[in-house]
Design a protein around this ligand. Structure first.
Ligand SMILES: Cc1cc2nc3c(=O)[nH]c(=O)nc-3n(C[C@H](O)[C@H](O)[C@H](O)COP(=O)(O)OP(=O)(O)OC[C@H]3O[C@@H](n4cnc5c(N)ncnc54)[C@H](O)[C@@H]3O)c2cc1C
Length: 565
């Protein structure tokens, strides 16, 4: 793909289904309230998929979300005094209490979130949605919320999959969602240093749309890119599909502006520093529990002149993993690198069964399982010469390790389908089929045990509940010392899918801890991963987090019970 094609690609993606109108209600491009993406982008799955599911023992029982009018919302608990105080800061039109707006800000976008919403359960909805215009308004809102004892949920794109938007420790206090979409400006571009300032409420596509005319890219493209925001990326330490080339989001951040109940905080005044511990790391990954990130200064790159994605077939997952370790050890990480295990490779061939990145348009071209083995996608971005040189060196190592090239179509298929999984999940839920993901990371030496342990935990728990689970996995992010594993589960729903999944997820969490992995590589802690946080950072680590929270948020109004137990 040439530079001109990449530019038009970015523009096309940026013009896709993601409105940005400064209002918190629905627009034609806003997602449906019960799922992902706008209504016009939703398509039923072909009948052949239902056949495959039935063959796998997963029953298909069409199921639709309740009507919006039938969604059960708790009464608004905000007092008239508190409401007037909020209106005095942001204006009447930016304190929203309408039912639809509250439902749209209820929970995040995990499958259990969606199952609850689709069933009409909006018990976790905020009492009001407040839309500040800038950093100073956020500071003022936090002052009022502290005084009035109102719980504040910083809200970016609402794509949390770990319960990060439903603070469990609100304890009867009124809750407001602080929707940051009006913080949507591109700030200073420092060409000499290669940095730009971005407001927290900017969504992924809008960032690329703003940077493209300057010949720049952020290069941060998680699967939730359509809706997730700059503030959300920073607050969760997100990792994008091209992390091998551009780095994780926390690696891109050089500076932060934060509004806390204790006051404003600016961090990051030099490219490197020995002025004590790096306090930016306290804000990155703080999940709205310490403050509201209002602006981020990030490192950017020139728009790549070339971008190619290629497909490979490797003999098996273990061999593929060893090959990736070799690439990482030689500092040859591709910009994009996705190695599917045998089951996920077969699923890619069989059709749209909720892997993260499959495309059904030409399953055979996706390669892999049909001829045995596993599918590997590699991608490279940069100048023509650099892309060609790197791709050739990687190809040499892959071939020597037994991989077979599948040609550019397999790479193109991946690229075209890389944002489709959440749409497929909605279509599966419409068929009464459960689909969810979880992720971890570990050192190379522990990766095989981590893979086997988590797979077994999920298969055993869901299998013993009679739900015929299909458990798939791919390696999605490489490091010199290890890699991440991303699991996708498709199964029957059973009688109580929310409770059953919680049991399965708990078993997976135990397996992760037992195998020495991290409880989360990029989804963050939220409430769902909290039970295992102590095992990862120790009791002392939890005390440090609690102390920081006490200093920055003494009244405990910010996301109580999220991240910090
Ligand atoms: C289909 C799907 C695919 C996904 N794919 C990826 C992926 O590829 N890589 C990845 O890393 N993640 C992925 N995620 C998870 C999620 O998209 C990320 O965690 C994302 O970074 C969240 O951004 P957001 O703007 O939607 O934040 P939200 O969901 O709105 O918030 C997430 C958490 O951060 C807090 N928060 C949000 N904004 C701010 C702010 N400005 N200041 C302080 N706190 C704030 C919230 O209170 C909440 O606790 C995926 C999620 C879905 C549903």
């Amino acid at each position: 793909m040439t530079s001109a094609e990449i530019r038009s690609d970015v523009a096309r993606e940026a013009a896709g289904p993601h409105g940005h109108d400064g209002a918190a209600g629905a627009t034609s491009a806003e997602p449906v309230w019960w799922g992902w993406g706008p209504a016009f982008a939703h398509q039923p799955l072909p009948a052949s998929v239902a056949d495959v599911l039935t063959q796998l023992g997963i029953p298909v029982r069409p199921s639709r979300p309740v009507a919006l009018a039938d969604v059960r919302l708790p009464p608004v608990r905000l007092s008239a005094t508190a409401r007037h105080a909020l209106v005095a800061i942001v204006g009447e039109g930016h304190v929203r209490l309408e039912a639809e707006v509250r439902v749209r800000h209820c929970r995040g976008r995990s499958t259990t979130d969606l199952l609850l919403l689709r069933s009409g359960d909006a018990s976790a909805a905020p009492d009001a949605v407040v839309l500040p215009a800038d950093h100073d308004e956020v500071l003022e809102l936090l002052r009022v919320a502290t005084r009035e004892r109102i719980v504040v949920v910083p809200y970016g794109g609402g794509t949390s999959v770990v319960g990060g938007l439903a603070p469990p420790a609100a304890q009867g206090r009124p809750v407001i969602a602080l929707d940051l979409r009006r913080l949507d400006r591109l700030g200073r571009i420092d060409r000499e240093s290669g940095t730009v300032e971005l407001d927290a409420g900017l969504r992924g596509p809008r960032v690329e749309e703003l940077l493209a005319p300057h010949g720049l890219t952020l290069g941060h493209v998680p699967q939730s890119w359509e809706y997730a925001t700059i503030g959300g990326f920073a607050a969760t330490r997100s990792s994008g599909q091209a992390s091998g080339g551009y780095g994780r989001f926390d690696e891109l951040v050089v500076g932060l502006r934060v509004a806390t109940p204790a006051g404003g905080w600016e961090l990051g005044r030099a490219p490197a520093s020995a002025a004590g511990p790096d306090l930016r790391a306290l804000v990155l990954g703080s999940e709205g529990a310490f403050g509201v990130i209002t602006r981020v200064t990030v490192r950017v790159h020139p728009l790549p002149a070339h971008r190619v994605h290629e497909g490979w077939r490797v003999p098996d997952f273990a061999t593929g993993t060893r090959l990736l370790r070799d690439l990482a050890a030689r500092d040859l990480r591709p910009t994009v690198c996705r190695l599917a295990d045998e089951t996920e490779t077969l699923a890619n061939l069989a059709g749209p069964t909720a892997t993260d990145d499959n495309d059904t348009s030409d399953a055979a071209a996706s390669g892999g399982g049909g001829a045995g083995g596993c599918r590997l996608i590699t991608g490279f971005e940069g100048s023509g010469a650099a892309v060609a040189e790197r791709a050739a060196r990687v190809a040499e190592i892959l071939r020597a390790g037994g991989a077979t090239a599948l040609g550019p179509d397999a790479g193109l298929d991946w690229e075209r389908g890389r944002f489709r999984a959440p749409y497929l999940r909605d279509a599966l839920l419409d068929l009464g089929v459960f689909a969810e993901t979880l992720e971890t990371a570990g050192f190379w030496s522990s990766l095989p045990a981590l893979y086997t342990g988590v797979r077994r935990a999920l298969t055993d728990t869901l299998g013993s509940a009679g739900l015929a689970p299909v458990v798939m996995c791919h390696v999605s992010h490489l490091y010199a010392t290890g890699a991440s594993l991303y699991f996708t589960v498709v199964s029957a729903q059973g009688d109580d899918p929310v409770a059953t999944w919680r049991t399965a997820k708990a078993a997976a969490g135990e397996a992760i801890v037992a195998a020495g992995g991290t409880i989360t590589h990029h989804h963050a802690v939220g409430t769902e991963h909290q039970p295992w946080l102590g095992a990862e950072i120790g009791g002392l680590g939890l005390d440090v987090l609690r102390s920081v929270k006490r200093t920055l948020d003494p009244a405990g109004i910010l996301n109580p019970g999220v991240l910090v137990p």
